[in-house]
Write a protein that binds this ligand. Sequence first.
Ligand SMILES: C[S@@+](CC[C@H](N)C(=O)[O-])C[C@H]1O[C@@H](n2cnc3c(N)ncnc32)[C@H](O)[C@@H]1O
Length: 296
Amino acid sequence: MPPLPHPDDGLRGSAWGGEAGFVAFATADVGARLRQRVADLGCGRGLLSAWLLAATSPGGRVDGFDLDPEQVARARARFRRAEARPRFQVGDAAALDAVSGASYDGVACMCLLAHQSDPGRVLAEMRRIARPGAWILGIEPDHVARVAGEWVDEPTLVDRATAVEEAIARGAAATGAGRYRAGRDLEDWLAGAGLTQVRGQPVPDPPALTPPYGPREWALAAALERSWREEAADEDARRALFVAGGGGEPEWAEWTRIEARIRARRLEALRRGTLAHRPSLGLRAGWGRSRTISAL
Ligand SMILES: C[S@@+](CC[C@H](N)C(=O)[O-])C[C@H]1O[C@@H](n2cnc3c(N)ncnc32)[C@H](O)[C@@H]1O
């Protein structure tokens, strides 16, 4: 059985079925190889960095960059006891001034472009630091796909949940709060940045929760509970975005009542270890190649 996901990684640590699934994907589809030198931009606590190191080791080198020094400290702490570790440093993914051009065999990011006012600047920087012919990989969320997937076990509510999330995504785009459907735009962005051989596909969701729960299911249940709590704590911000996206206050009030009732029921079953549920991430991966010298 693969190791349990790191507690910091939430549900995303179980995407692809965990590290081994990511390594198989990165090797077979994206072009990761042993001994490659790879950058992870907006590395956060280092989940993708850990996977990239596994995909390129032995002999690989991973450099993680994040704008936030606290995230860099957390990423370093994560690997404190590890034999092989990525190198983490503070850096702006849109302006990695300390990095020479054409330094890497692969450049990756996860859930970074969704937070950029101008994703094109980060993509241009990814391309600059990638050597000719290197692979470039982005993994970004599509919140609407995630929420629709999350409600599949309440089939009569899927359309409504989708419409609510579409309004929230419109509101986020209109107010500059984020690109909630970045995953859907990823391939266009990569092609627009001048990459060749651009491809994309949904990231496999975490395994379904099925009772009786073993250690893996309990770890997933804890991550799922955390993600629901974070969403509930964000309710005011979500309401503001819903309204900015064209939704009405009464509509929101009615929807959140339904949502709260169902969440409470699911949460209770989750805690008893009896909830059968398919967690949904709505993440998409997109990748391509920096042009070879002859094609430049
Ligand atoms: C949603 S988190 C994702 C973290 C990590 N990639 C993961 O998937 O677990 C986004 C991260 O990007 C960082 N970030 C945002 N804008 C950035 C920029 N311009 N340059 C570098 N890091 C940035 C944030 O500090 C945060 O750690």
